[in-house]
Design a protein around this ligand. Structure first.
Ligand code: NAD
Length: 415
């Protein structure tokens, strides 16, 4: 799946917007590299008494606008270059949504599916011990991402608190609500993505009631995307998938029942009454809205011509390559780019930080109201900028975000 380097895709998008912004070559070069990287080896005691050593990373891309922020992935195919690309995307995401934060990302090369709960806890705590000097509530704040969750965040917060000797809720976000987590964080990415789709539907004249939707990935983001789409907007979720394969039902699937089936069997595959399809077939289905919500580089030059969706809402980071953009945009596909579309997660993470700093707790309604305001503002800022520059949504999003980062770098005297 990751046959194209995500960092290279980020560089190509940066070059395109550098022209719109008339950035000097020096500034462009500076923006192409992370400011700081930490690579660690993490020894972990496994259940059978062996010590296994895992490779981990924490990469802080740019902190001009504030402390860096970004998720941690536990994935067997993780690479430093993917993490660099994701850290860059976090930088643009925080800037686009006008949060006082920079961008970072972390990862550990491991396969959580083959690890016991105790081994995962040992690894999560050991990772924090390895990066403790590098992170902190006013330095760099991790969050959940692929194959990490609120329990892992709780262990990480607890380990960091043990190291510093003070309960430090603000060191990570995406925690359980009983441990300083925010209401509304669990589905914030999906809910925020649907706010962007709602605005895109208005602009493109698509009636969301009954609109057909295919979703790749049925983890935190994908499953909540299916539930929000069906329950809040009346859409028909006709196909979903996970790493084991996909399912299709032209009359629509019940996302709650699919969730229960996945919890019981470990996959969406085998859901009663649905036809099995591959992940590749799902991307090419004739639907109104396609939601990639798994990994990067799934829509490429190889399949873009066959993509039939009217709107592609990128809930995943980096699902579409530059080559694919160049095929999709002339076809009139409305792309809601990743760091615009999936910004709901970091927006509510930022709300969690604000609540932690103030020892406060907001209601779910308050969180959703503020999320709606931020997502709607960002969508229209990008849409209007695109019209202004005469470019597509992705290039417009890059231009808005990169300009804000550059202004902060100039203001700080870095360039
Ligand atoms: P997750 O681990 O909860 O779920 C990942 C899903 O992808 C699982 O259903 C898994 O089976 C599926 N998957 C893995 N490999 C696949 C493959 N080869 N083909 C099809 N499906 C595959 O992760 P998540 O938190 O839902 O994150 C999904 C995407 O959303 C990632 O790109 C992540 O960076 C992005 N994202 C997540 C958040 C968040 O708040 N969790 C915020 C912003 C962006």
């Amino acid at each position: 799946m990751n046959d194209e380097d995500l960092l290279e895709v980020v560089h190509q998008n940066l070059c395109a917007c550098a022209l719109d912004l008339s950035l000097s070559k020096n500034i462009e070069a500076l923006l192409k590299h992370p400011r700081r990287e930490l690579h660690v080896s993490i020894p972990v005691m496994m259940d059978d008494g062996r010590i296994e050593t895992f490779q981990g990373f924490r990469i802080q891309y740019n902190s001009a606008r504030g402390p860096t922020k970004g998720g941690i992935r536990f994935h067997p195919a993780e690479t430093a270059n993917t993490i660099r690309g994701l850290a860059a995307i976090m930088t643009w995401k925080c800037a686009l949504h006008d949060l006082p934060l920079g961008g970072a990302k972390g990862g550990v090369v491991c396969n959580p599916k083959t690890m016991s709960e105790r081994e995962l806890e040992n690894l999560s705590r050991a990772y924090v011990r390895a990066v403790a000097d590098f992170i902190g509530p006013d330095r760099d704040i991790p969050a959940p991402d692929v194959y990490t969750n609120e329990q892992i965040m709780a262990w990480m917060m607890d380990e960091y608190s043990a190291i510093t000797g003070t309960t430090t809720f603000g060191v990570v976000t995406g925690k359980p609500v009983v441990l300083g987590g925010s209401e509304g964080r669990h589905d914030a990415t999906a809910r925020g993505g649907w706010i962007a789709i709602r605005e895109a539907a208005k602009e493109t004249g698509l009636d969301l009631a009954g609109a057909t939707v295919a979703i790749q990935g049925y983890g935190n983001v994908g499953s909540n995307a299916a539930i929000c789409g069906a329950d809040l907007y009346g859409c028909s979720i006709v196909a979903v998938s996970d790493s084991k394969g996909g399912i299709h039902h032209p009359e629509g699937l019940d996302p709650h029942a699919v969730m229960a089936h996945k919890e019981e069997t470990g996959s969406v595959v085998g859901f009663a009454g649905a036809t099995e399809i591959t992940n590749e077939e799902l991307v090419e289905l004739d639907v109104d809205i396609l939601i990639p919500a798994a990994l990067e580089n799934v829509i490429t030059e190889k399949n873009a011509e066959r993509v039939r969706a009217r709107i592609i809402a990128e809930f995943a980071n980096g699902p579409t390559t530059k080559g694919a953009d160049m095929i999709l945009e002339p076809k009139g596909v409305h792309i809601i780019p990743d760091f615009l579309c999936n910004g709901g997660g970091v927006i509510v993470s930022y709300f969690e930080m604000v609540q932690n700093f103030n020892m406060d707790h907001w209601s779910e309604d308050e969180v959703y109201r503020r999320l709606d305001e931020k997502m709607t503002q960002a969508y229209h800022k990008v849409f209007e900028s695109g019209k202004g520059y005469g470019v597509g949504m992705r290039q417009a999003a890059y231009s808005v975000a990169v300009e804000r980062v550059v202004q902060a770098m100039i203001g700080r005297g870095w360039i």
